[in-house]
Write a protein that binds this ligand. Structure first.
Ligand code: TAP
Length: 492
């Protein structure tokens, strides 16, 4: 049955900013994608001031899914003005009232999770098993979690009555489109900010569907605005003089450009950038369990994961045993149709990303590392890459230093724990790491020496909205998630 629009929130003032009625239409079915989309500004879908349209394709079939507007500086200006106009009333609402909207959004996401999971898989290429069991539950959990904070900000540790910043300009990547949106929008709204968000060029559809959910939830106009486009649209947003807060997730080069742009302004900035995580396997680790963690660490979401365990550091004495088991397990991975529930590895998100992965793996071979992949079948059309591992990798190799952002694992070895730590820390990044060992003391010893924002022990790629996430070094600064995630949106 189609979920019903929820009742109006209690205590809602009539008319004005709050006079917006929930959209009457029933939620579209999963496959119901419009042929073209405008922006979502001031609570309505509007045409762009420009005439340029971009296309989003299904990376598993290369078919065009929809056209969408390439946001101009004028579009961004309109969206920021709408967010500014909404800010006074939204920030003045009691936290308990803002929480009701967030709880409502979270519930609608749960109700529409199948539709959203399918849409995300079609637009991004990721397996439906992941969108259904990982992305969507985490998206809803994030809204539920920050809804809980909205009326407790006085107790968040930032003193009494902490103030929102104003209008947040948020730019997100394509690897977890809806989850990155949730990481950005939920804490911003809970703390009383209003938002203009730009989704990535290759994955705009779930953000646009989220705009419908904002209408269904009766969210006041202008509190959330979505402007689609490319890098120029993102740059217009982060450069806009009436934006108070810039939140960016994406590549380190773009993050660096934004940091320069924001320097000397009064904007508060948080950056979640790239990574090159080490997954460290000690000789006492339960190897079967470690193999599962390594596979999850690098092949989850096609390796399009900033915190992917893309470097395996294995203790020399167990290298042969571990690699034999890992290769056997990689041989069972199924690459193919993202909508097939048995698929382990879906499509690479774009032709450009496939070209980047191909170039870096070619460099790995040229530099002398040994490449191995199981002989799995790949579909004829679409963008695909076999799960791949490289042995004989040295620390100076590009595949040991640069983020590949694909299903490619670089294997290095170590003899002592000190050597493991030194090698793990020997990259410009510092986002995450994994440790596999039976010894609790070794977990603590190693974790305290790793320059990584997140360290997993005997697991990998585990996320929870209560837990802060973010990097050291060139992986960025600021934290998202948990109580720490509030700070990015408060004047503390
Ligand atoms: P980017 O090229 O950096 O793009 C990220 C977003 O920024 C996109 O929406 C992009 O628009 C936009 N953008 C591009 N140029 C811009 C500019 N000059 N000013 C403002 N915005 C601009 O990264 P990507 O290729 O989408 O994502 C992959 C990278 O993101 C990887 O390096 C990955 O590690 C990192 N990442 C990090 C995290 C965390 S949590 N640390 C999470 C996910 C991804 P277009 O899409 O139109 O180019």
């Amino acid at each position: 049955a189609a979920p019903q629009a929820p009742a109006e929130p209690a205590g809602k003032p009539a008319g004005g900013l709050f006079g917006y009625a929930p959209a009457p239409e029933s939620p579209a079915a999963a496959g119901d994608i419009a042929s073209s989309y405008g922006h979502f500004i001031g609570g309505q879908f509007v045409d762009s001031s420009g005439s340029e349209a971009l296309k989003t394709v299904n990376p598993a079939t290369e078919q065009v899914l929809a056209e969408f507007a390439r946001g101009t500086a004028e579009d961004v200006d309109r969206a920021v003005a709408a967010a500014r106009a909404a800010f006074a009333d939204w920030s003045a609402l009691p936290g308990s009232e803002r929480a009701k909207y967030l709880f409502r959004i979270a519930r609608i996401i749960q109700e529409r999770s199948r539709e959203l999971a399918v849409l995300e898989s079609i637009d991004n290429g990721k397996p439906i098993r992941e969108t259904r069991d990982v992305d969507l539950p985490l998206v809803a959990a994030h809204f539920f979690y920050y809804a809980g904070w909205a009326d407790k900000l006085d107790f968040a540790g930032y003193g009494p009555n902490p103030k929102p910043l104003g209008v947040a300009g948020q730019v997100i990547p394509w690897n977890f489109p809806l989850l990155m949106l949730a990481w950005k929008i939920a804490p911003a709204l809970a703390t009383g900010n209003t938002v203009v968000l730009k989704p990535a060029e290759t994955t705009p559809l779930t953000a646009l569907r989220f705009a419908e959910i904002c209408r269904q939830a009766g969210l006041p106009k202008g509190v959330v605005n979505i402007v689609t486009g490319d890098g120029s649209t993102g740059a217009a947003l982060t450069a806009h003089p009436d934006v108070n807060k810039v939140a960016f997730t994406g590549s380190t080069p773009v993050g660096r450009a934004i940091a320069k742009q924001v320097a000397g302004t009064r904007k508060k900035l948080s950056l979640e950038l790239g990574g090159k995580a080490a997954n460290i396997v000690f000789d006492d680790a339960p190897l079967d369990q470690a193999v599962e963690g390594i596979v999850n660490g690098i092949f989850f979401n096609q390796g399009h994961v900033c915190c992917a365990g893309s470097r395996l550091l294995v203790q020399e004495s167990v290298q042969d045993e571990l690699l034999d088991a890992l290769k056997r397990r990689m041989g069972t991975l199924r690459v193919g149709d993202p909508l097939d529930k048995n698929t382990d590895i879906g499509a690479i998100n774009s032709a450009e990303q496939l070209a980047r992965i191909t170039a870096l793996t070619d460099a790995g071979e040229a530099e002398g590392a040994e490449r191995w992949s199981p002989a799995c079948e790949l579909p004829g059309t679409g963008f695909w890459f076999r799960p791949t591992l490289f042995t004989g990798v040295s620390q100076a190799h590009r595949i040991a230093q640069e983020e590949i952002f694909g299903p490619v694992l670089s294997v290095l070895t170590f003899r002592t724990p000190d050597e493991a730590v030194a090698k793990a820390n020997n990259t410009p990044y510092g986002l995450s790491a994994g440790i596999w060992t039976e010894k609790g003391s070794r977990i603590l010893w190693t974790a305290s020496r790793l320059r990584a924002g997140v360290v997993w022990a005997n697991t990998f790629n585990k996320f929870d909205p209560t837990s802060p996430f973010g990097g050291y070094k060139e992986s960025g600064y600021g934290r998202e998630g948990g109580r720490h995630g509030l700070e990015a949106y408060l004047d503390v």
